[in-house]
Design a protein around this ligand. Structure first.
Ligand code: AHM
Ligand code: MG
Length: 336
């Protein structure tokens, strides 16, 4: 019986990645080691996020200002844990974190070939109210033998070797692509292991949900305005789309991946480059979308073709189901 098999033959994320890597005989197992360190960071953040509410209660009983400090600490703490886990893996050379203005260059003695770009705890406005937040990461590799420079991470997203996110939601889920499809793993808290629960995720070709901060509509450009209008008042006889917006990119993208639809963070008059960061928000999510059969578009081009010039650069982003992104592409292309 297949249900029994699920309970006794557990595909952990480590086993899964080792299996994948064994297809490449030249693989040294470095990637598996790196991933194990990322997984450790995710488990730590998951546990810290779950305790955050409790820590707040304890704080309230004691000092009055502990409350605010505890919450702030969660981003900083998550960042420290990831930086230390990644450096100690011995497999990284450059780290770019949303939390740090400058990139971290690993000392030569502890260096490896991988560059990791990440947002350790995304969706900061949702921490205080217990709504889903997440970690996003992307991985590049430096070409053999040269001294690593920022140019090794200022690469188009299509050069990433792997990308993923971990969502701290009603359950803790890690979604990963190493360039051959997308797989989802759920943390079994009793085992402390991520178990493959969502093999070969494919995004529906077309969806019924759009996801955007409509409060910014007054500042939108023509194509975005027109697209959202079409979601609400379709002209072709199709039914209107539902609106879902958590305000945590990981949660909004995760839902889009599983249910289909489109996620938008467009440019607006106030933020001509949108809000989201290219290296550790736009690229990893675009990589996952394409790997799942969807698309990701910046309003001008395929998102993964973008060449960033600064590590904290921003870009507008439209990603999700193939057909839905095709529609917004048509509207932007008609503008030109
Ligand atoms: P953050 O890095 O300060 O948490 O901001 C990123 C978040 C994303 O998770 C989310 O998609 C977006 O900001 C929501 O922005 P807004 O509140 O403008 O809708
Ligand atoms: Mg962020």
């Amino acid at each position: 019986h297949s249900a029994d098999a699920h309970r006794t033959d557990l595909m952990t994320i480590t086993r899964f990645v080792l299996n994948e890597q064994s297809k490449y005989p030249e693989s040294l197992g470095d990637f598996s080691i790196l991933l194990n360190h990322i997984v450790l960071g995710c488990k730590f953040v998951c546990s810290a996020v779950n305790k955050a509410g409790l820590a707040k209660l304890i704080g309230l009983a004691g000092e009055t200002n502990v409350q605010g400090e505890e919450q702030k600490k969660l981003d900083v703490l998550s960042n420290e844990v990831f930086i230390k886990a990644l450096v100690s893996s011995g497999r990284t050379c450059i780290l770019v974190s949303e939390e740090d203005d400058e990139a971290t260059f690993v000392e030569p003695s502890g260096r490896g070939r991988y560059c990791v770009v990440f947002d350790p705890l995304d969706g900061s406005s949702n921490i205080d109210c217990g709504v889903s937040i997440g970690t996003i990461f992307g991985i590049y590799m430096v070409k053999d033998g040269h001294e690593p420079t920022l140019n090794d991470v200022l690469q188009p997203g299509k050069n990433m070797l792997a990308a993923g996110y971990c969502m701290y939601g009603s359950s803790c889920m890690l979604v990963l692509s190493t360039g051959s499809g997308v797989n989802g793993f759920s943390l079994d808290p009793s085992l402390g292991e991520f178990i493959l629960t969502h093999p070969e995720i494919k995004i529906p070709k077309k969806g019924k949900i759009y996801s955007v901060n409509e409060g910014n509509a007054i500042n939108w450009d023509g194509p975005t305005t027109k697209y959202v209008e079409k979601c609400k008042f379709p002209e072709d006889g199709s039914s209107a789309k539902s609106l879902r917006y958590v305000g945590s990119m990981v949660a909004d993208v995760h839902r889009t991946l599983l249910y289909g639809g489109i996620f938008l963070y467009p440019a607006d008059k106030k933020s001509p480059n949108g809000k989201l960061r290219v290296l550790y928000e736009v690229f990893p999510m675009s990589f996952l979308m394409e790997q799942a059969g969807g698309q990701a578009f910046t309003g001008k081009q395929r998102a993964l073709d973008l060449v960033p010039t600064k590590i904290h650069e921003r870009s507008p982003i439209f990603l999700g189901s193939y057909d839905d992104v095709e529609e917004i592409k048509a509207l932007y292309n008609a503008e030109e």
